[in-house]
Design a protein around this ligand. Structure first.
Ligand code: ATP
Length: 444
């Protein structure tokens, strides 16, 4: 098979309304509202049969790029619940807050840091111009309790960010995996936040999944590794999208930087919602390990095996979201392509073939010839051992192609009458630019 060429996207391609993505996700089994039969829970979603395939592919590809391809990076999987002191050391109990205001007129709620500056100054709602309430402060950590006996239960938190486990396990990894600085630890895992303004579908949820790299370095090499990972991550995202011009860095201004950070960059992607953070590249210096050393009383410093220098390692963090990747990829891939013959436009997801939930569909041309069906089923049975394959013999061939286009399947294998004569099939590529249905015949 020839490699699928993704159709180049241009700036003129209009932004996709989020409602179209939400509808497609529900219709085709990517994403469902959580507890829908009870009316749903705002900011929490479930993933359906195709959604889970796409998520697994996204996770796998990140893990492969970050852990498997880097000899100096290993992975862990930490627990969602940790000792409550972790969140005191990390500063979340004290500082993980959102300040929000409500519009007295239209009752909309806004995070102050998301309001346009002129509305903060005028204290007016950006939507209806109504007066805004006094700011109120909310902590985003989700509380939970360990233990069964009332009065003896310990209050703790569902983790507000996944990366804390990496600091907690840093010393264990160092001792058990014979890593030496510079080295990194990766993790993918759920995080929970009582977001005060959940919304925009998967973009801001209360339960979501993050991926993190924490890369531990000698202070003198911080800048070099920061630059390395910043570029690496940008190229990674660029490699999986079509609209390359909708990706950029936004450097944090001095008023946004944490006191220990010399620099911070967000990788942002542009959608109908504007430019939004996809992943953050952070200069964390020795903040995290120093804090956990202080709060736990354990020495988390590192002794260089050659120079014997003892120091707290500095950290470069790259922290992004599986869910924002999922959403941005669907937005980036979605296209409605007019039919040259004037029929209904075809909806196509131009997903990178590595990430597409279904890699191949095997389609007998017609249903009324048993030999076509058995041959198609036997090809599907071979293919499904290697990749996610679907067999489909329901409806005419054009409709079946469209069903696959809508979920981003890069290849369709069509079994026709010639197949029975010479053992070849038609391979149709989803993204062939010049004709709708390219017809390269292949042996099988
Ligand atoms: P934002 O400014 O959008 O609230 P953040 O700066 O708080 O994001 P981080 O704490 O740095 O985000 O989290 C790292 C990544 O986790 C983000 O880049 C994003 O991809 C993802 N993420 C953060 N909050 C959410 C959420 N509520 N829902 C889905 N993904 C999220």
């Amino acid at each position: 098979m020839t490699q699928t060429e993704n159709k180049p996207a241009t700036q003129e391609t209009p932004f996709v309304p989020i409602e179209k993505i939400v509808a497609l996700c529900k219709r085709r089994g990517f994403v469902y509202p959580n507890s829908e039969i009870y009316g749903g829970v705002s900011g929490i979603y479930d993933f359906g049969p195709l959604g889970v395939e796409l998520r697994n592919n996204i996770r796998r590809f990140w893990w492969w790029s970050m852990v498997q391809l880097h000899d100096n990076v290993v992975g862990i999987e930490g627990a969602i619940i940790t000792h409550p002191r972790v969140w005191e050391a990390s500063g979340h109990v004290e500082n993980f807050v959102d300040r929000l205001v409500d519009c007295k007129n239209c009752k909309r709620r806004f995070r102050i840091d998301h309001l346009p500056p002129e509305n903060v100054v005028s204290n007016r709602c950006p939507v209806c111009g109504g007066e805004l309430t006094e700011p109120r402060t909310f902590n985003l950590l989700m509380e939970t309790y360990l233990g069964v006996v009332e009065g003896e239960r310990m209050k703790t938190y569902l983790r507000g960010e996944a990366c804390q486990n990496i600091y907690l396990d840093y010393d264990n990894v160092l001792k058990s995996s014979r890593m030496q600085i510079p080295f990194g630890i990766c993790q993918i895992g759920k995080a929970f936040r009582n977001e005060v303004t959940p919304g925009n579908f998967l973009f801001r949820q209360r339960e979501f999944e993050q991926w993190d790299l924490q890369f531990f370095v000698h202070p003198s090499e911080m800048q070099q590794w920061f630059d390395y990972w910043k570029e690496k991550r940008f190229e990674w995202y660029k490699g999986i999208i079509n609209h390359k011009d909708r990706l950029h860095f936004r450097e944090h201004g001095p008023d946004e930087l944490a006191h220990y950070a010399k620099q911070a960059f967000d990788i942002e992607y542009q959608t109908i919602l504007g430019w939004q953070e996809w992943e953050g590249i952070h200069w964390r210096q020795d903040w995290d390990l120093s804090r956990h050393s202080e709060y736990s009383g354990q020495d988390l410093s590192y002794t260089d095996p050659i120079t014997k220098e003892k120091y707290i390692p500095w950290i470069v963090e790259t922290s992004g979201g599986v869910d924002r990747t999922f959403l941005n990829l669907l937005i980036d891939a979605y296209e409605e392509e007019p039919d040259p013959s004037g029929k209904e436009a075809r909806t196509v997801l131009r997903l990178h073939p590595t990430l597409a939930p279904v890699k191949v569909a095997v389609l007998p041309l017609q249903k009324n010839k048993e030999e076509l069906l058995t041959t198609a089923r036997s090809i599907h049975n071979k293919l499904k051992r290697l990749m996610v394959s679907q067999y489909d013999d329901v409806a005419n061939i054009g409709r079946r192609y469209r069903r696959q286009d809508e979920i981003g399947t890069p290849y369709c294998v069509t079994v026709d009458f010639q197949t029975l004569d010479d053992g070849t099939v038609t391979v149709r590529e989803r993204d062939h630019t010049s004709v709708w249905y390219s017809e390269d015949r292949c042996d099988y």
